[in-house]
Design a protein around this ligand. Structure first.
Ligand SMILES: [Zn+2]
Length: 485
């Protein structure tokens, strides 16, 4: 017996820490959009991260994949996003923004393996690991599927296997590692406390307005409580709803009676949400940036930092006719400066000419100036030249108010395609301490929109629209600041 345990232990170790053992060890399975996907070489678990052969990304996730053998770099395009990764390199790019990944691509037996979670999540899919079935489940978030990239799967495909259950039911098929077993609330003095009984894990908080809501998304979680709306009726919260937002995400929505400050505390089995009245003392509660960092400092000043994306040696994206993104961002940002100054704001530019700044320098400038907001101007690029439109980014889990106001202001002024507010982990909106947005003013990869964005009058329109959005945001901030006791 002892020997067998030892052997099993060795196999597990081999499976985890070395790669070419696939034939011996149990191979992890891949389930993409409810179908089991067979691969000619098996996915690998490296340092606890699932790595999949690059071919799966193009064949099963419907992405365009381009591999540059000399540079050992792979470009993956889908859902109007371009991901760029390099073998053994922890810096990756989403569109033109760099970020750090914990599992860099690997070359194993001359095949390229890429990190499943990073790819899946950036192609707008949920990725979860089912230890029991030893499989990774990837499911496209339906609202974000870009049909122009996803081929319709054929009814019968030799590469795919019917799931064992008769009807694929995502609720049954997905076994989430944690369960929200109880959602309850309490009120003490001027605090409302929501207790979510769930094992510790990833969560995301989003503040929504009109009406005011606080949304808590629990990753890799299923709900063990019914989804009925609970009347809470405390000082801050009217109702609480719990629902299964995606097969892997449980969503708790708190309908608020107005603006609140909130704090989340996580322990082994409890996620505790504390809501208190919004006061100016929130200014001091600045936190260290990091995962789960959602609170932003509200500053009672008139200063805004405007960042023109790229510059100098960094041309940014290259347009349909070969022109550079940096030649759109600078004039647009300078026009934004003018538009903001005419509205009485004091503007600090990260750069006013064609110079290059490191991303962390931009963050450094912003945190030093400590403005009431930060805005970075960019233009987008997609593999599909027909893609057009504006999108505004805010950091994961941060308040959307500034982004929403700027996005809708641009759309109503320029009538460009509304690609909505999105969340991302871009450095310049991640490590800045104040409300921060990154505006992708349009797609230079589309000839028409490239021409549009290079037109000086259109740049003025966009700048005016952004300034209007910012002015509205400042009004809301001022109200929040003055209405506090
Ligand atoms: Zn850019």
């Amino acid at each position: 017996m002892k020997k067998r345990y030892l052997l099993t232990g060795l196999l597990i170790l081999c499976c985890l820490f070395s790669f070419p053992m696939a034939g011996l060890a149990k191979e992890p399975a891949l389930v993409i959009n409810d179908k089991v996907v067979k691969t000619d070489v098996s996915p690998q678990i490296i340092d606890g991260r699932m790595m999949i052969p690059l071919r799966v990304v193009s064949e099963s996730l419907g992405a365009k994949v381009n591999w540059l053998n000399q540079e050992k770099t792979v470009t993956i395009e889908a859902n109007q996003k371009t991901l760029k990764l390099k073998v053994n390199t922890k810096i990756a790019y989403v569109n033109d923004q760099s970020l750090t990944i914990d599992a860099p691509p690997k070359l194993i037996q001359n095949r390229t393996f890429v990190p499943l979670r990073f790819i899946g999540e950036n192609l707008d899919s949920d990725v979860i690991w089912d230890q029991e079935k030893y499989q990774a489940i990837i499911k496209a978030r339906e609202e974000k599927i870009d049909n122009s990239y996803l081929p319709t799967p054929p009814e019968e495909n030799t590469n795919q296997e019917k799931p064992s259950s008769e009807k694929p039911n995502p609720e049954n098929q997905v076994k989430n590692p944690r369960v929200l077993t109880k959602a309850e609330y309490q009120e003490s003095e001027d605090q409302t406390i929501i207790n979510l009984w769930v094992e510790s894990g990833q969560y995301k908080v989003t503040e929504l307005t009109n009406p005011d809501r606080l949304v808590i998304d629990l990753s890799d979680t299923s709900k063990g409580v019914d989804g009925e709306a609970t009347t809470v009726n405390t000082k801050h919260v009217s109702t609480m709803r719990v629902g299964q937002f995606t097969p892997t995400t449980t969503r708790v929505v708190l309908e608020l009676k107005g603006k609140v400050s909130y704090q989340l505390n996580q322990s082994a089995n409890l996620l505790n949400v504390v809501l208190v009245p919004k006061t100016t003392s929130d200014n001091s509660s600045s936190q260290q940036p990091g995962e789960g960092y959602v609170h932003r400092v509200i500053n009672d000043n008139n200063i805004i930092v405007v960042d023109a994306g790229h510059g100098g040696k960094d041309s940014g994206g290259i347009g349909a006719s070969g022109r550079y993104e940096k030649d759109i961002t600078l004039p647009t940002a300078l026009k934004l400066k003018t538009a903001l100054e005419s509205r009485g704001f004091q503007v600090e530019m990260t750069r006013s000419d064609d110079t290059f700044l490191e991303l962390m320098d931009i963050v450094g400038i912003t945190n030093r100036v400590n403005p009431f907001a930060f805005v970075s101007i960019h233009a987008n690029k997609a593999g599909n030249p027909s893609v057009t439109g504006v999108e505004t980014y805010t950091f994961y889990g941060t308040d959307h108010t500034l982004a929403d106001l700027v996005q809708s202001s641009i759309i109503s002024k320029t009538q460009q395609v509304d690609r909505k507010v999105k969340e991302a982990g871009f450095v310049v909106i991640k490590y800045t301490q104040v409300p921060s947005i990154l505006v992708e003013t349009g797609f230079i990869s589309n000839q028409g929109e490239e021409d549009f964005l290079f037109d000086s009058n259109n740049q003025t329109q966009i700048a005016e629209a952004i300034a209007e959005g910012i002015a509205k945001f400042k009004e809301i901030q001022n109200k929040t600041l003055t209405s506090s006791p």
